[in-house]
Design a binder for this molecule. Sequence first.
Ligand code: GL1
Ligand code: MG
Length: 216
Amino acid sequence: MKKGFVFDLDGVITDTAKLHFIAWKDLAAMLDIEIDLTFNEQLKGVGRMDSLERILVYGGKEKDFSLAQKETLAEEKNKHYVELLQDLTPQDLLPGFKTFLDSAKKKQVPCAVASASKNAPFILKKLEIFDEFDAIVDPATLTKGKPDPEIFIRAAQAIHITPEEAVGFEDAQAGIEGIKACGMFAVGVETTEPLYQADLRVKRLDELSVDSLLQK
Ligand code: GL1
Ligand code: MG
């Protein structure tokens, strides 16, 4: 029996994965590195500095910048990303998410957010669902990023359940791996690429019934 839900944000709650891609693609272009959607799959679920490192390695420029320069580049990407977020409204919730969340809340299922994004609280406020969550893990307090399970373990703790009692929702392969590594039940929200190891795969969350998930 499951007792609580743990959601990734970008690509599960809202389609900000697409905005991250725009901001990273522009930053990479400035450095003469071209990234495409296939490469972007490797950035999904990966935090800001690690994403930048992966882009630099991909472009063969990992040794070209000091830490301070890399921090400036990451800040620049974030500035652009935050600009792209300004127009976000509840209309930008992914289809089916709100219906599913409302149903979970009605049944008093505790819900947490496990996102590597430092912008998660801001985005949830823009989407007008910040108050619906019982916990939001602060990624600044983590020692390891996805696919390490740390963020999912912390999310379960924050809603006072064990990982085995939780269902995790992810659109990134790294996220599914983290969910499975701590014994959670994994729901893969698939857009383009197939997600391996997911216990269930859906296109949108309202394909699922809260009751049947709680019985997993
Ligand atoms: C960071 C990365 C993004 C994305 C998210 C996780 O977000 O920069 O590209 O991978 O983590 O979905 P942020 O910059 O908002 O902390
Ligand atoms: Mg995601």
